[in-house]
Unconditional design. Structure first.
Ligand code: UT7
Length: 336
């Protein structure tokens, strides 16, 4: 009988554009203040991809090239590449195809996956199943979004939130008897959120037209308060559920790795799960909400602090609604 393999995160890398859009600069663009944005969201600045003519793949390629280099991985040995994004370079082909081609992953089958801010978690869960079944031995999961391409910089309710970035992890096949790797995952969806966080036009229901452009329907829109309340409840519950399912206590946990949408949401989720804030990965102050990229960007930034055997819970909530949590044991020591 074929033995099931354990999916193991064996490396992480990230890329953020160099341009930092600060709260002070936003004060000059819309009616807001550094004080309001900082206290309501925890964000001080976000990175923006300013270069003309490049999209999400540009950041994804940079993240994946860095990942291949630092892990000493021959791109031709990668057999699967999934890119989670809501801002693909084009509707078709998939941004994942563009990334695979650019990095020389010629033997990988690659595709995009869209689950908004939960995209990275969904893609990681998908890659985990391919590894477990033996269908793939080496996978790359990319979370990448150029949120500035769908942000209305005259709308103070959304333009303060979002930034651009990409993060990527290498997922390899380990021994199912090992303690290291992805141990459990819960993914949830409820379409009740479809009109609470969405981009109205540009799809098949309302294709691009002069009217949709004039009505600013190609920008991201959200009912902030409603999304906030649902995010707090859903993320707290799914974190508690995965802890209970795996008999995991807050004391045993090394880090909670949450999607970075709002620092206040993360504080409440951590409180409800009994996890001290020092054990919560945070970089929202520097990068804002980069949608599918927030979780791998956190792992990348904290990589040096992580030790083999550290227990992590990744969690996200986003448009759809989509949400979930992944429980993993970190497989290698950081480079500090
Ligand atoms: O990543 C996917 C999931 N997304 C989320 O989880 C985001 C969830 N939502 C949020 O993070 C928060 O709802 C926001 C940060 C978007 C907004 O914060 P809030 O505390 O919910 O503010 P609010 O929308 O209730 O607005 C409060 C007030 C309003 O003024 P009035 O009506 O009380 O006079 C807004 O017009 O704040 C005003 N406001 C602003 N004021 C200064 C809204 N945006 C701004 C702004 N600067 N940028």
């Amino acid at each position: 009988m074929k033995e099931t393999k354990r999916a193991v995160v064996s490396g992480v890398h990230g890329y953020v554009p160099s341009y930092a859009l600060t709260n002070n600069e936003l004060e000059r663009m819309v009616d807001t203040s550094d004080e309001w944005v900082t206290t309501r969201t925890g964000i001080k600045e976000r990175r923006i991809l300013k270069e003309e003519g490049v999209g999400t793949s540009f950041m994804g390629i940079n993240a994946v090239q860095g990942l291949l280099q630092k892990t000493g991985t021959d791109p031709q040995t990668v057999d699967l590449l999934i890119c989670a994004t809501i801002t693909p370079d084009m509707i078709t082909p998939a941004t994942a195809n563009i990334i695979s081609h650019a990095v020389g992953a010629i033997n990988a089958f690659s595709y995009d996956l869209q689950a908004a801010c939960s995209g990275f978690l969904y893609a990681l869960d998908t890659a985990t199943q391919f590894i477990a079944s033996g269908r793939a031995k080496k996978a790359i999961v990319v979370g990448a979004d150029k949120m500035s391409s769908i942000t209305d910089y005259s709308d103070r309710a959304t333009c303060i939130l979002f930034g651009d970035g990409a993060g990527a992890v290498l997922v390899t096949a380990g021994d199912a008897h090992d303690d290291y790797g992805i141990l459990d995952s819960i993914c949830k969806t409820d379409g009740i959120g479809q009109n609470l966080l969405y981009q109205k036009a540009g799809g098949s229901r309302l294709p691009a037209s002069h009217a949709t452009v004039n009505a600013k329907q190609h920008y991201i829109y959200q009912e902030g308060q409603a999304v906030f309340k649902t995010a707090v409840t859903a993320m707290s519950q799914v974190v508690l559920d995965i802890m209970a399912k795996n008999n995991l206590t807050a004391e045993e946990l090394a880090y909670l790795v949450p999607h970075q949408a709002n620092k206040r949401i993360l504080q409440v989720v951590a409180d409800r799960a009994g996890i001290p804030i020092e054990k919560v990965m945070l970089n929202i102050d520097k990068f804002g909400n980069t949608t599918a990229a927030t979780i791998p960007l956190c792992l990348w930034e904290y990589e040096n602090k992580l030790k083999q055997g550290d227990k992590l819970i990744l969690t996200a909530f986003g448009g759809g609604f989509t949400w979930g949590a992944t429980y993993m044991t970190w497989a290698y020591d950081g480079f500090e």
